[in-house]
Design a protein around this ligand. Sequence first.
Ligand code: KIV
Length: 269
Amino acid sequence: MSSERPRTTVATLRRKKDRSEKIVMLSAYDALFAAIIESVGVDIILVGDSVNTVLCGEESTHSATMDQMVYHTRIVRRGAPNTFVVFDMPFMSYQVTAEEAVQNAGRGIKETGANAVKIEGGSPRIATVQAIVDAGIAVMAHLGFTPQSVDQLGGYRVQGRGDGANKLVEDAKRLEDAGAFALVLELVPTDVAGQVTDALSIPTIGIGSGINCDGQVLVLHDLLGLNEEFQPRFLKRYASLADDVRAALTEFANEVRSGTFPDDAHSYE
Ligand code: KIV
């Protein structure tokens, strides 16, 4: 497989942290966008279980399945052969037993070509992270707001305020000790994310967690302005593609109805 730039590895991610070089990660779900992402040199593509809400219109990530995640990760890998790809383990694929988690993580790697898996949660997940790492699979951890626990957490809200800060730092250290190579921090106050980042040797990648993280992740469709309903404070939109799509479709419909498309330039002799 040829490559213009070296593929990111867990070692290069760690080096980026040591050199204070920010890590860029995007959640994406298909080959077409994955190829565009690779062409701009993003460090990591996470094939997030957010696919279930963002693309499939579900209320939560709960109904995401292993088959669905395998399908989307495989097509992302096809579009971005030289990018570090993370397979997001869906709800109940790793919570029951460590053995089942290892089997599902193994499937996530073997059937997709992903470089790592991601699992959500702190202290209850330590043994699971350890078991997956012991199987030779790189694990990205995820603390703060963990979407698979949305109902237990009482909704989409900031985590780690007050007494929660120490617990977050402790859980993060335990995940690092268990072998996680990076940690996603979702919806955590900026100063608490900074405390976690300072306490770890592995990189933190924030979403809604402020500037002190070692990297940042956003969902591609959110930052492109395609997912219009989702408007949390942390989300910066870098484009308004839903507006562009509407304008293009309106023009197409008008031209079809008025008989101006297709013209000679778009027809065969
Ligand atoms: O599923 C996902 O896309 C995620 C990111 C938002 C971190 O977990």
